[in-house]
Ligand binder design. Structure first.
Ligand SMILES: NC(=O)c1ccc[n+]([C@@H]2O[C@H](COP(=O)([O-])OP(=O)(O)OC[C@H]3O[C@@H](n4cnc5c(N)ncnc54)[C@H](OP(=O)(O)O)[C@@H]3O)[C@@H](O)[C@H]2O)c1
Length: 305
């Protein structure tokens, strides 16, 4: 608790800018974030055990090497609502040295305005994989199979792939048989791209991601659930979530990630860390009719079918 209070005071010193300039301070804050969220609330849906609601601030969690670097190469696939917000927020971490690239399916030349708006570098999808530390996939779910085959084959072994995608069968995506048959959404994404993912940023509206971030330690700070099978990858994601103004709560593995899908209690609810833990524990695995395709799917967001 003493460490957490220290972080809040330091953040307060820089006003609304909850960025910490010195590398040592930055690492200390990452350590706090890791300790607060690292693994302590993980559970498996096989056991049905309730999450551990304690928040540890012990200060002994080891940091992943990337956490100790001052910069990461971050590549964002998708330049829509979420891609642009993430690009802008991560570029604002510029003094920390993140190099942010953004791409769509039409090539970098189509993204000059987005590059100007966000400060990210417009790029082409195939060109921004090889040296990326973090790759964000943030496109309509049904378009994921259209990504170039083998796209992630030349990714660094340590690359963290973030999946923000949601299944909107009746509004946008149409029927996806694997998901309708019971695959959770991020598992299906993993199968399409042939790479493990960390699921995050899927349960918050883009506008809220843009405007509702707060300094660490702020009472009621919104928390985002994070699922993934690789603890090191999740540690990196916890740091990014914290960087852009949110707490992170560990949902568990990708097998558990249905707890944060559309229709779940945590979805678009803007809850704080305890609220997220409670909501994850309340989630039901059943996919309700609102989130299943019909024979007329897809309709539109105004007229779902
Ligand atoms: N909007 C939200 O508030 C929100 C919140 C949380 C999660 N999500 C989820 O996050 C994902 C992105 O949502 P969004 O609202 O940002 O979508 P969006 O505004 O529709 O933008 C989608 C972006 O993906 C690009 N794209 C489509 N197919 C592509 C491909 N094959 N390769 C590369 N880029 C491609 C599009 O550009 P081109 O078509 O020009 O290529 C566009 O830039 C969705 O799965 C959504 O369900 C959205």
């Amino acid at each position: 608790m003493i460490l957490l209070a220290g972080a809040a005071l330091r953040d307060g010193d820089v006003g609304l800018h909850y960025l910490i300039d010195s590398a040592s301070a930055r690492n200390e804050r990452r350590l706090i974030a890791a300790d607060r969220h690292g693994g302590c609330s993980t559970w498996h849906d096989e056991t049905g055990a309730a999450p551990d609601d304690s928040i540890h601030v012990s200060g002994h969690a080891p940091l992943h090497p990337l956490d100790q670097e001052s910069s990461m190469n971050i590549s964002i696939i998708g330049a829509g609502n979420i891609g642009k917000v993430l690009a802008r927020r991560l570029v604002e971490k510029g003094h920390a040295g993140h190099a942010v690239r953004i791409a769509n399916s039409r090539g970098g030349a189509s993204l000059q305005a987005v590059a100007q708006q966000t400060g990210a570098t417009a790029s082409n999808v195939p060109d921004m994989i090889a040296n990326a530390d973090v790759i964000v996939v943030t496109i309509p779910l049904a378009k994921v199979p259209q990504l170039p085959k083998g796209l992630f084959d030349n990714a660094k072994p340590s690359a963290v792939v973030i999946d923000t995608c949601n299944y909107y069968p009746r509004q946008r995506d149409g029927r996806i048989d694997g998901i309708e048959a019971g695959a959770n959404e991020s598992r299906w994404v993993e199968e399409q791209i042939g790479h493990p993912v960390v699921k995050v940023f899927n349960n918050i509206y883009a506008a809220h991601l843009e405007g509702m971030g707060k300094p660490a330690g702020t009472a009621g700070r919104i928390a985002l659930p994070v699922s993934g099978d690789d603890p090191k990858a999740k540690q990196i994601v916890f740091g990014l979530v914290d960087d852009i103004g949110f707490d992170a709560v560990d949902t568990g593995t990708i097998a558990d990630s249905w707890r944060q899908q559309p229709g779940s209690p945590v979805y678009t609810a803007d809850l704080d860390a305890q609220g997220v833990k409670d909501a994850l524990a309340r989630a039901s695995k059943e996919r309700t009719a609102d989130w299943k395709a019909t024979s007329a799917s897809p309709g539109t967001f105004d007229h779902p079918a």
